[in-house]
Write a protein of this length. Structure first.
Length: 140
């Protein structure tokens, strides 16, 4: 499975939506945001803390409030079970001295929902663990 493809993003959506904590901390999080892995971009539609849809069918008319864009290599490090320094959270990845993650758009919406958003993104590590297990199983 290629990392960060549509199947991976759907697995992330399922993992996020199954998390009971998010139903509490994300209950007011309603926004569309973009997540970019190099040239591959997805719009994530969140309603009351539930990811309703993840799409890679984007056009100039696809609305989103804010964007998180980073090289695939950075996202791969971020999604490790124990990420290396400067890849352990969004703020480290976006640090001006590091500069791997770009935040664009209406970052006010990002800051208003920062706890739920970071919780959602941390669930990517659970999906990454599943992918590693599946890859090992297919090699045997």
């Amino acid at each position: 499975m290629t990392r960060f493809n549509s199947q991976w993003m759907n697995a992330w959506q399922d993992t996020v939506n199954a998390d009971p904590t998010l139903k509490i901390i994300g209950r007011y999080f309603t926004a569309d945001f973009l997540v970019g892995f190099d040239d591959q971009e997805y719009v994530v539609s969140v309603r009351n803390g539930v990811i309703q849809r993840v799409t890679d069918s984007l056009s100039i008319e696809t609305p989103w409030s804010f964007a998180l864009r980073a090289p695939t290599e950075s996202w791969e490090k971020f999604t490790q079970k124990l990420p290396p320094p400067m890849f352990n959270d969004l703020w480290a990845m976006a640090h001006p001295l590091h500069g791997r993650l770009r935040m664009d758009g209406d970052v006010k919406v990002l800051w208003q929902n920062v706890r739920a958003l970071t919780w959602m993104l941390e669930r990517m590590r659970e999906v990454a663990d599943q992918v590693v297990v599946e890859e090992r199983a297919t090699r045997v």
